[in-house]
Design a protein around this ligand. Sequence first.
Ligand code: PLP
Length: 452
Amino acid sequence: MPTPPVEATPDGSFWYPFTQMQELKRSDLIYVRRGEGRYLIDETGKRYFDAISSMWVNLFGHSRTEITDAIARQLEVLPHTSTFGQTHAPALELARKLTEVTPDGLNHVFFSDDGSTAVESALKMTFQYWQQSDDARPGRTKFVALEHAYHGDTLGAVSVGDIEHFHKLYRPLLFDVLRTPSPYCYRCSLGRTRQDCSLACADALDELLTRRAPEVAALIIEPCVQAAAGMIVHPTGFLRRVRDICDRHDVFLIADEVAVGFGRTGCMFACESESVTPDIMCLGKGLTGGYLPMAATVVTERVYRGFLAPYEQHKTLFHGHSYTGNPLAAAAALASLDVFERDDVLNRMQAPRAHLAERLGALRELEHVGEVRQCGFIVGIELVRDRSTHRPFDRAGRKGMRVAEAAREMGIILRPLGDVIYYFLPLTTTEEEIDRLVDVTVRAIRSATESE
Ligand code: PLP
């Protein structure tokens, strides 16, 4: 492979995601040559621990031969055919397997390409269901979503999203959404504290649906952890309450497990931790072990049946993508699900997960760490100027970015969400790696905040 011109400033031919191209310098980018286990290796041979799992996708490291071999075998036979009028074994087998591993009651799998399209499919399905099923209630056209929600970057997903910085500009293009409080206990929008609240945010949702349920098609939620908002970890019991409230008001519950699915929270799916079966579950990112793009929208019998009718009745789900059910991605996903079983991944995570919980204590002692929150292998470390008042740093100081830069020097890849530093660890991370990760994070936070 030719050596890249390391001195070259990015010339804009590649427009990077979520990046101010005017400021992008060569030194901002790690030129990744190779992936080896949980490490990425740059053009100089420097190794970086991938603490964010390559944007939350990679599950078991970058060179699992079980997955690469499965892709290679499939490549020999059939790289791609559409599933419009054709079918093939990998997609059929994967659909069946996903109905087995997802919570009981989720029995039908609609494939797409990435998390955003899994969400778009779910939104369209629930909307269409209420227009046409035997149980039709055409007034149910609206969606409920949480404060600080993030569900992807396509316009439907942006509509249900609520991250001011990313979404505000597009508002004229978006549909209206009913917003309900997030259980972001560190900065509760209802002005409550953990001690004096018995999930007042769930009560607020109940009140909202008591008034508006006849207009509502579905509620969409990132179960247990609102990832892009800064790894907001929900209190135990919140998801269960949301499920019960949706049931009471006959509102569909869409669980967006695109980020949290496939073991990251310590359960295969976050919904399992509260014994919740959503009406629709959106999957993406880790579905293929992080090797190829693929997503899935998995639905209950009830949702699926709302689309069954003679063709002339026009109840078909008119939605699909060129690569829907791609055989290479399906082969990767099947191999990844095999790794879960063969290596007993979820059980083996338990000791490192407890070790991580213990080691996070070192971060809590730092002067500018306001809160450290953990759910399985997901951690959010919120930096603040003042711990006693929770006052944030000035945005322009980009403290989170400064911490990530310092960590990078020390061979750890972190990418902040504003002033929240986070870990989104590969499921095979060891206790030694956790020790090093926490030590480096402490040093990086100290160096980025020492002048404050
Ligand atoms: N949903 C959630 C919860 C996400 O975190 C993301 C991406 O981060 C998405 C949807 C969108 O996924 P993608 O970037 O694959 O479109």
